[in-house]
Design a protein around this ligand. Structure first.
Ligand code: ADP
Ligand code: MG
Length: 740
């Protein structure tokens, strides 16, 4: 007998009637389908279109501005704004906004209509140069970690011309979005984007200087490149709506394990369900029209888990495009009656979601051209090989010296559930290089060919054979947080819901610092009379030895690695509070200042904002769990207990043996267990509430409070296993994960 008034059972019935959502695909007048290349970028105003719409001199100035990574000069802002406005109006756009990335990890926008009164009080559409360049949102409620109160009450947003403007479509209208940075009036960075751009500048500067030291003159710009793999879960909206935890926190705080999880490994790369496929196609269509080069899609390891990845782009554009990807995933999911879960760990017991940041550096003539020379590509000549080694050890140096910063950059309440949970890289930052490269570095360490000169050494090392072998780099290590994969590094420990901006900012900064160090040492040797190649090789060797402890080729999920890492003196910062403390060190301040990426106050604001967010997220989780237990779990348990008790009493009255007697006593003790754990949570929370410092609160929440939450959950999950299925109000794991 199914309880038809149970909303959970109604939701399952609703889902059974769902069909894949059909949309009309782009076609020409005769109905012939368009190719992607024919509508790609339709909703963005990129340089190619600007060229057609702008006077030649204005266009040239704009290109120069973009290439130099500078702010737009007010002299050309007027004509550029006008061209953008005309283009937008042709596309039916009514509003514009500065689209920026405050330190919430999300994007923010405030819309203004184009309309204004002209001199004779008639309505016209207008978009001035100053509106394009700058805007002043009333941004006092964005997190600033104390920055604005220290310096200035308000901030402003400014167009970042290196990222093209785009049109966001919604059901009944369109908005022009102007990708912007967000600054205080003193120029302090209040957002994620400013520091990213500064770190790109720093990396470019240091890379060019290193190249010059290596004898490569005249390189003006090196751009970090980024390709972001985005993992997510997709579950039916009818079920998600019945889970207060998913709605409020993005993850399930309760829920018993299903009989089948991911142990059959039948989901990974399996065929994509029809409704999901329809969803993905619409996501890709929107992304392509926005000029986001979405490329791959597939199932991931856990049931109902998927991944999408674009073709890599210059880092700041890739960051914007990842934000757009997350936004489009969320929006399109709702149209398909799905809820997308970007949280790092929506379900206990199955894999969590990450955001692999594929990163490299490219010598480019312009920011629109990324087929430039990849600095992590070993190349064909001995010189290119030597350059590769110098760059590689610069990366090793940066990561080795500042592993704590990289760990801090990926710290969040969501990622705490993922790192080190035998599914994702551990919280220990190490570098995986693969067999071949490791062997070469080991040979270098042993001093191979030292006597016969650099050229001979390279040949002896087999470095000149690098390119071919690299391209066939098959020994991937999935358990490493930072792995070399042929001609790029893959920073895998980034959380799925996080903006890649800060992790990439830190990476650019520490590698920039590594390059500065390597260059200085080479220079000192050359100044002392050493031939260049020999000097380079010597420094490479020195750094290989210094950074050896950060290299790890084995299984990062194993207990042995945790012990080994401790012996090596590597940091193992398991939880966010400890990780964030790394931002508050002299070493951190020094490197961010030296590279010109963040001032001391700006850095402090990063750690404050993140710690505050961590505390708030956990408090929301605690409150949600309390409410669910008090208003759903316990009432369902008591109601069912009452029902069974009634049956037992009736049997007794009739003088027969009640078959439910055993269940009743078991239920009684489980309910008691829930009540006890519920009180324990209360105690743990009260103890933490009494703490005065934010750091101590955060530690308490990530320690005793989290433990109490897990124990309460265990008791509730046990209850779920006892209550009659049609009396349980919350959608179960087997339903959320397997009904789609
Ligand atoms: P995987 O096997 O990990 O899926 P792929 O070769 O498919 O690796 O690449 C994953 C991501 O790495 C893609 O987004 C791709 O565009 C990106 N990528 C490839 N080359 C580079 C590079 N030089 N710099 C940055 N990202 C890159
Ligand atoms: Mg990958």
């Amino acid at each position: 007998m199914e309880n038809a008034s149970n909303p959970r059972i109604q939701a399952i019935q609703t889902i059974q009637g769902r069909q894949p959502r059909k949309i009309s695909l782009p076609a020409d007048e005769s109905g012939k389908p368009l190719r992607v290349s024919e509508y790609y970028g339709q909703n963005t105003f990129h340089l190619e279109q600007m060229k057609q719409k702008l006077p030649k001199d204005v266009f040239q100035k704009l290109v120069a501005t973009v290439q130099a990574g500078r702010k737009l000069d007010s002299e050309i802002a007027g004509p550029v704004a006008n061209a953008i406005k005309e283009w937008a109006l042709e596309h039916g756009v009514t509003h514009f906004c500065h689209w920026f990335q405050p330190q919430t990890g999300l994007t923010a926008e405030k819309h203004d209509a184009f309309i204004t009164f002209d001199d004779s009080m008639r309505i016209i559409e207008k978009f001035s140069g100053s509106q394009l360049i700058q805007s002043e949102p009333d941004a006092s409620s964005f997190p600033s970690g104390g920055m604005r109160t220290t310096f200035e009450a308000r901030g402003y947003t400014a167009w970042d011309p290196s990222s093209p403007v785009f049109i966001m479509e919604s059901t009944n209208g369109k908005t022009l979005c102007v990708p912007s940075v967000f600054l205080s009036y003193h120029g302090d960075s209040l957002d994620e984007k400013t520091s990213l751009l500064r770190s790109m500048e720093a990396l470019s500067r240091e890379a060019c200087a290193l190249l010059e030291q290596l004898g490569e003159k005249g390189v003006k710009r090196v751009l970090p490149t980024l390709g972001v793999e985005q993992e997510y879960f997709l579950i039916d909206r009818a079920l998600a709506c019945l889970r207060p935890d998913l709605i409020m926190t993005g993850r399930t705080l309760l829920g018993g394990q299903p009989p089948k999880g991911q142990q059959l490994e039948d989901h990974y790369f399996g065929s994509i369900p029809a409704r999901v496929q329809a969803f993905m196609s619409e996501v890709e269509l929107e992304l392509h029209r926005l000029g986001v080069p979405s490329k791959t899609r597939h199932n991931e390891v856990a049931p109902s888990q998927y991944e999408t990845a674009p073709i890599f782009e210059e880092a700041n554009v890739a960051v914007d495009h990842n934000q757009l990807t997350m936004e489009v995933l969320r929006k399109v999911a709702l149209r398909h009656q799905y809820q997308v879960l970007l949280h790092e760990k929506p379900f206990a017991g199955v894999n969590g979601s990450g955001k692999h940041c594929n990163w490299s550096m490219s010598i480019t003539a312009s920011s629109t051209e990324l087929d430039g020379d990849n600095l992590l590509d070993p190349g064909k000549t001995p010189h290119e090989n030597l350059r590769f080694l110098a760059v590689l050890v610069s990366v090793l140096k940066g990561v080795h010296e500042h592993a704590g910063l990289l760990r801090a950059a990926i710290a969040s309440s969501g990622n705490d559930h993922r790192l080190g949970a035998n599914e994702a890289p551990p919280a220990i930052i190490s570098v995986f290089l693969g067999d071949l490269l490791s062997r070469i570095l080991d040979e270098i360490e042993k001093g191979a060919g030292k006597e016969r000169g650099a050229e001979a050494a390279l040949i002896q090392l087999g470095v000149s054979k690098l390119p071919e072998v690299m391209r066939d780099n098959t020994d991937r290590n999935r358990t490493s947080p930072f792995a070399f994969t042929g001609n790029k590094f893959e920073f895998r420990a980034v959380g799925s819901s996080a903006s890649p901006a800060f992790p990439v900012t830190v990476l650019n900064t520490v590698v920039g610092q590594g390059m500065a160090e390597v260059r200085a040492r080479i220079k000192a040797r050359i100044d002392a009379g050493k031939p260049r190649d020999a000097a380079v090789l010597e420094v490479v060797r020195e750094v290989v030895i210094e950074t050896k402890t950060v290299r790890f080729e084995g299984n990062g999920y194993s207990e042995e690695w945790v012990a080994e890492a401790a012996r090596r003196g590597l940091l193992n910062l398991r939880k966010t509070p400890e990780a964030l403390a790394q931002l508050d060190t002299d070493g951190a301040r020094k490197v961010f200042q030296a590279m010109g990426v963040l001032s001391g106050a700006e850095l402090q604001s990063r750690s404050h904002v993140r710690l505050e967010r961590f505390i708030k997220n956990l408090q929301i989780e605690v409150d949600t769990l309390r409410q669910m237990v008090d208003t759903q779990v316990l009432p369902a348990g008591h109601a069912y207990h009452g029902k069974v008790a009634g049956q037992v009493a009736a049997a007794k009255a009739a003088g027969v043996v009640a078959p439910q007697a055993e269940s009743l006593s078991q239920l009684g003790s489980i309910l008691q267990g829930v009540a006890i754990k519920r009180r324990d949570l209360e105690k743990a929370v009260a103890e933490v509430d009494a703490r005065t410092s934010e750091e101590e609160k955060a530690k308490g929440l990530s320690g005793p409070v989290s433990t109490a939450m897990i124990e309460l959950r265990r008791a509730c999950d046990e209850l779920e296993g006892m209550v009659a299925d049609d009396q349980w109000p919350l959608p179960k794991y087997r339903e959320m994960l397997f009904i789609s």
